[in-house]
Design a protein. Structure first.
Length: 123
């Protein structure tokens, strides 16, 4: 015959005040004010942040509405930049012409400088 041993004793619950989640809904027969405050705060957060997040999403996608005045300013700046490029090419061309003229003048003055001392010695 087999002898049966004594079954182990169940663990002893800790002593002291503990939080019982079942008491939240059973307190005074309805939900407590804390639950209503949490739900109201979440609702207000969603209502406030919803348009901001939609605008941020549109900005990320590149579909954000552009300001017509800003668009006009950008077009004006592009036109002025094109004018500056044209003027820069003209200035470069004028610089080349001035360099060429300076070289021609320097070549025409070289022989006279060499000849000038010779004329002084003949006197």
């Amino acid at each position: 015959m087999m002898t049966q041993g004594v079954p182990p004793a169940p663990p002893v619950p800790p002593i002291g005040p503990q939080f019982d989640p079942n008491l939240i809904f059973l307190n005074d027969g309805g939900p407590p004010i804390i639950l209503l405050i949490v739900i109201a705060a979440l609702t207000a957060t969603v209502i406030i942040l919803w348009p901001i997040m939609r605008a941020f999403g549109r900005r990320l996608e590149g579909r954000g509405a552009t300001d017509p005045a800003l668009k006009a300013d950008i077009d004006h700046l592009h036109a002025r930049l094109a004018e500056v490029d044209t003027l820069q090419s003209r200035v470069l061309e004028l610089e080349e012409r001035v360099d060429f003229t300076e070289r021609l003048l320097a070549q025409s003055q070289q022989p006279s400088r060499l000849a000038a001392p010779a004329q002084e010695t003949d006197r």
